[in-house]
Design a protein around this ligand. Structure first.
Ligand code: NAD
Length: 369
C-alpha cells in the first residue's frame, strides 16, 4: 500500500497552493463548486482543551467552508465561555454522554474529536452512530483494534472519517513530496526525521499510558513516521527500535525518548527519533543519489522552511494548516469525494507504531510486510 501524496492531483494541488498563496486552494479545485452552493459544513469540537482552544476554534473562523456550530464537553462551565465567544446555541451543546442525541440535530455535520488519544474511538463511534462525519486528531487511537472499530462504525453509518494530518495540506511538506516523487535529486536513499519537546506537568495525560497509548512516539514521533512514509511513498517492511528513560519518576509509564530504524521496499532506510526530554528537534532530511533536501523546522504550526543541496531554499508562505485541513474535509463532504487522510491512513501509522514498540520491547527486528 502506498502512502498518501503520491498522485499527480497532489502535485497540481501543491502548484495551486504555491501559485495562489492565500487563499490556499486554486480556482480549479473542487472547492469552486462548494463555494457556488454557499453551504458550509457545521463542526462540533469534542474536547475543549489546548488544541481546540488555541488552534481549532480560531482556525474555524478562517475557513471558507466550515462553521463552528457545536461543542461536546465534559465540563459544562467551559461551554458557557465558548457559547458566548462563538455564538453557539444551547441546543448544539452536548456532553460525552448525550452525543447520541445529535442524531436529531441537523445543524451539526462533523464531530472533530480532540480528546486524549484513548478516548478517540468512543467519541468517533458515538458520532458516527448519530449520523455525523468524523474528523479525529492524531494519533487515531491507541490500538489497531480500536482504529478498525472506528473505520467500521463510519463505514456502517455511511459517513466519512478523516484523521487530522495537517501537514498533508502544508505547502513546504508538499513541495518535498514533489521533489521526492519527481526524483529531482535522484532516488531517495536515507531519510532522517525527528520531533520532540521537553514535557512539563508530570500529571498530564500524555504521560499516562492508558490515555496516551505510549509516549513521544505516539504524540510527535508520528510526524516523523508520516514524513518517512510520504517522502518514500512506500510502506516500511521492517523496523528496529530502542527506548530510554533517564527520569524514571516522570517516565514511569511511557518512554522518555525513542529512536527507530526502518527499511522500505525500494531499499530506502529511515532513522527516526522522538523525545519528551529535549526541545528543538523537529526536522527531516531526505538524501538521494545526487543531493538532498530538508525542512528545518518541518512539523511546526508555522515557520516551516528548508534547503536543498543545490543551494535553493524551500520557503512557501505559511498557511493555517488546521483551516486548510478542515476546509478540505468540508469540501470532501460537500462534493462527496474521499478524503486523502482517511481512517485507513491513521490505522497504518498505529500499526507501524505498535511494531516499533514491539521492536523496542523485544530487541528484535519486527517484519511488517
Ligand atoms: P489537552 O489536554 O489540552 O485537552 C484534552 C481535552 O480532553 C480537555 O478538554 C480535557 O478536559 C478533555 N478530556 C476528556 N476526558 C479526559 C480525560 N479522561 N483526561 C484528560 N482530559 C480529558 O490536549 P490537547 O493538546 O488538546 O490534545 C488533544 C488531542 O489533540 C490529542 O489526541 C493530541 O494528540 C491531539 N493534538 C494534535 C495536534 C496537532 O498538531 N494536530 C496538536 C496537539 C494535540
Amino acid at each position: 500500500m502506498k502512502a498518501s501524496f503520491h498522485s499527480r492531483r497532489d502535485f497540481l494541488k501543491t502548484t495551486a497552493l504555491a501559485a495562489a498563496s492565500l487563499p490556499f486552494i486554486g480556482a480549479f479545485s473542487p472547492c469552486a463548486r462548494a463555494a457556488e452552493s454557499g453551504r458550509k459544513i457545521n463542526f462540533a469540537l469534542a474536547g475543549l482543551g489546548s488544541l481546540s482552544t488555541y488552534q481549532l476554534a480560531p482556525a474555524l473562523q478562517k475557513t471558507n467552508f466550515c462553521k463552528l456550530a457545536g461543542l461536546v464537553t465534559g465540563t459544562p462551565a467551559k461551554a458557557e465561555h465558548w457559547k458566548a465567544q462563538y455564538g453557539i446555541p444551547d441546543k448544539n451543546i452536548y456532553s460525552y454522554d448525550t452525543m447520541e442525541k445529535m442524531a436529531d440535530n441537523p445543524d451539526i455535520d462533523v464531530v472533530y474529536v480532540v480528546t486524549p488519544n484513548a478516548l478517540h474511538a468512543d467519541l468517533a463511534i458515538k458520532a458516527a452512530k448519530a449520523g455525523k462525519h468524523v474528523l479525529c486528531e492524531k494519533p487515531m487511537e491507541v490500538s489497531v483494534e480500536k482504529c478498525q472499530q472506528m473505520i467500521d462504525a463510519c463505514k456502517q453509518a455511511g459517513r466519512q472519517l478523516a484523521i487530522g494530518y495537517r501537514l498533508h495540506f502544508e505547502p513546504n511538506n508538499l513541495e518535498c513530496v514533489r521533489l521526492a516523487r519527481e526524483k529531482t535529486f535522484g532516488d531517495l536513499k536515507i531519510i532522517d526525521a525527528g520531533f520532540g519537546f521537553r514535557i512539563g506537568d508530570p500529571t498530564q495525560w500524555r504521560l499516562n499510558r492508558a490515555l496516551a497509548g505510549g509516549g513521544p512516539l505516539m504524540d510527535v514521533g508520528i510526524y516523523a513516521l508520516q514524513a518517512m512514509r510520504y517522502l518514500s511513498g512506500e510502506e516500511p517492511v521492517c523496523v528496529s527500535a530502542i527506548t530510554t528513560v533517564t527520569d524514571p519518576v516522570k517516565f514511569k509509564d511511557v518512554e522518555e525518548s525513542i529512536v527507530w530504524e526502518m527499511k522500505f521496499p525500494s531499499g530506502v532506510l529511515a532513522h527516526g527519533s522522538a523525545t519528551y526530554k529535549v526541545s528543538g528537534i523537529g526536522s527531516f532530511r531526505a538524501s538521494a543519489d545526487n543531493g538532498w533536501f530538508e525542512l528545518a523546522p518541518a512539523f511546526y504550526y508555522d515557520g516551516i522552511r528548508g534547503r536543498r543541496s543545490d543551494g535553493e531554499q524551500i520557503h512557501f508562505p505559511a498557511i493555517d494548516q488546521f483551516a486548510a485541513e478542515m476546509d478540505d474535509f468540508a469540501q470532501c463532504i460537500l462534493n462527496n469525494q474521499p478524503t486523502k487522510v482517511p481512517g485507513e491512513e491513521g490505522l497504518r501509522d498505529v500499526k507501524i507504531m505498535m511494531a516499533i514498540y514491539e521492536a523496542a520491547r523485544t530487541g528484535k527486528t519486527v517484519n511488517l510486510a
